[in-house]
Design a protein around this ligand. Sequence first.
Ligand SMILES: Nc1nc2c(ncn2[C@@H]2O[C@H](COP(=O)(O)OP(=O)(O)OP(=O)(O)O)[C@@H](O)[C@H]2O)c(=O)[nH]1
Ligand SMILES: [Mg+2]
Length: 181
Amino acid sequence: MGAMLQRMLDYFWTTKQLEVVLVGLENSGKTTLLNVLAGGQDMETVPTIGLNVQMVRRGGVCLKCWDIGGQAEYRREWRRYAMGCDVIMYVVDSAAPARLASAKRELHRLLEDRQLSSTPLLVLANKIDLQPHVGEADLIKELNMDYIMDSPWLIIPISALRRVNIDQVLNWLTKQSRERS
Ligand SMILES: Nc1nc2c(ncn2[C@@H]2O[C@H](COP(=O)(O)OP(=O)(O)OP(=O)(O)O)[C@@H](O)[C@H]2O)c(=O)[nH]1
Ligand SMILES: [Mg+2]
C-alpha cells in the first residue's frame, strides 16, 4: 500500500471526532465563527432559525459543530445539544456591554445542569475589531466566571469577522481533541 494512502487511513482511524456546541445570545457571531472555522469565504449570515450543523476538518481535528440559534425561543434547546458534546463554545459580543447581563444569566442557567458542569468551556469574546469593547478582565467579572468551579474554562478575545485569534481557537480545540482520544 502506498505510504500516502496508509497515512490517510491512519488519519481517519486515529482522529477522534470532537463534538462542539456553539451557544450564546443572538447576534454574538456564532454562525460567522463557524463559517470561519470551516475555512469558508466571507459570507453574510442571517439569524439562525433552530440550528445548523457542520463538520469541520482542520489542522488534525475533526469537529462536529452544533450551532444553535441564540434568540430567546431557542435558548431552552441549548442544554439538550450541549449535553452530548465534548466542549461548549460560548460566544459573547464584547462590543455590546448592555447584553452582558443576559449573556451571564443564560451561561449560568446552562451550567446549572450537573451533567454539563464539568464540560470544558471556551468563552469567545467576539467583535474585538469594534471599539469600544469589554476587555478580558472585565468580562470575567461581568460574566461571573469566578463562580464556575467545575468546568475548566478559558476566554479568548476574537474577531470572527476579521479572523483575529482564530488560530488560538483551533489550538484549544486540537488540545481538547487530544485529551479525549
Ligand atoms: N464587527 C464584527 N461583526 C461581527 C463579528 N462576528 C460577527 N459579526 C456580525 O454580527 C452579526 C451576527 O452574526 P451571526 O454570526 O449571524 O450571529 P449568531 O450568533 O449566529 O446569531 P443567531 O444565529 O441569531 O444566534 C452579523 O452581522 C455578523 O457579520 C466580528 O467579529 N466583528
Ligand atoms: Mg447563527
